[in-house]
Design a protein around this ligand. Structure first.
Ligand code: PEP
Ligand code: MN
Length: 263
């Protein structure tokens, strides 16, 4: 169902008053984790001012170590709702499991499925039953085919509103957190009618190098990007090493817009 052979024309998603997968390039920005009211509200205002169309922020965080910050959970969802109301930005946040799906779905405009959950088939089936847009991230060791098959699980249940997201894969390289597989973008666009996003933050994992990969994502034909932005990256509770501060994000957005206009 996700194949272009079945449906040749691009799928366009309506999220609030936005159309994803059409002519417009979308930038989703915000912190890795929602940490406090002050943090999420200041970030929401800053990214909106720089031209982001959506706010991101994790409330239920799937951390590698059980001793790391696990997110504010329900309180984080409430803070996202407050930021959404105050700025008018639509929001996306990760749904970590089926137990919290209903609560997360209520608080978010797009359900994010994280890399670690790309093949959590019961979660895929459960979001497939919903009629809410899903941002499906590629697993860190998943092939392009496996990503498409994971999307198929969702669409097969009737939820056709899926965005595919390249977020970097594991390779032998250790200088960067992951290897952003920009090859995946034109391949996915050719193989599938679904919109394709890129996550340059997790894709490279190095703050200074993120803007270059934001620009590359536009140039390679992605429909949007999802970028981590934090008011004070060195003090972030998660992913500070790859988060842009407000001036860095503002500067990158000028470059991104210039490339998007030229496309
Ligand atoms: C995130 O977006 O903060 C995240 C955990 O991403 P991924 O699932 O791609 O690792
Ligand atoms: Mn993160």
């Amino acid at each position: 169902l996700v194949s272009r052979e079945v449906k040749p024309d691009d799928t366009q998603l309506r999220v609030g008053d936005l159309t994803i997968g059409g002519a417009a390039f979308h930038v989703v920005a915000g912190p890795c984790s929602v940490e406090s009211r002050e943090q999420i509200l200041s970030t929401a205002h800053a990214v909106k001012k720089s031209g982001a169309t959506m706010l991101r922020g994790g409330a239920f965080k799937p951390r590698t170590s059980p001793y790391e910050f696990q997110g504010l959970k329900g309180d984080g969802l409430a803070l996202l709702a407050e930021a959404r109301k105050e700025t008018g930005l639509l929001v996306t946040t990760e749904v970590k499991d089926t137990a919290t799906l209903e609560a997360v779905a209520e608080a978010t405009d797009i359900l994010q499925i994280g890399a670690r959950n790309m093949q959590n088939f019961s979660l895929l089936e459960a979001v497939g039953e919903m009629r809410k847009p899903v941002l499906l991230k590629r697993g860190m060791s998943a092939t392009i085919k496996e990503l498409l098959m994971a999307a198929e699980y969702i669409v097969a249940r009737g939820n056709t509103q899926v965005i595919l997201c390249e977020r970097g894969i594991r390779t032998f390289e250790t200088m960067t957190r992951n290897t952003l597989d920009l090859n995946a973008v034109p391949m996915l666009k050719a193989l599938s009618h679904l919109p394709v996003f890129v996550d340059p933050s997790h894709g490279i994992g190095v703050r200074k190098a993120v803007p270059a990969m934001m620009r590359a994502a536009v140039a390679v034909g992605a429909d949007g990007i999802i970028v981590e932005v934090h008011p004070d990256p060195p003090r972030a509770k998660s992913d500070g090493a790859q988060s842009l501060d407000f001036p860095e994000f503002e500067k990158s957005m000028h470059e991104v817009r210039a490339i998007a206009r030229a496309m």
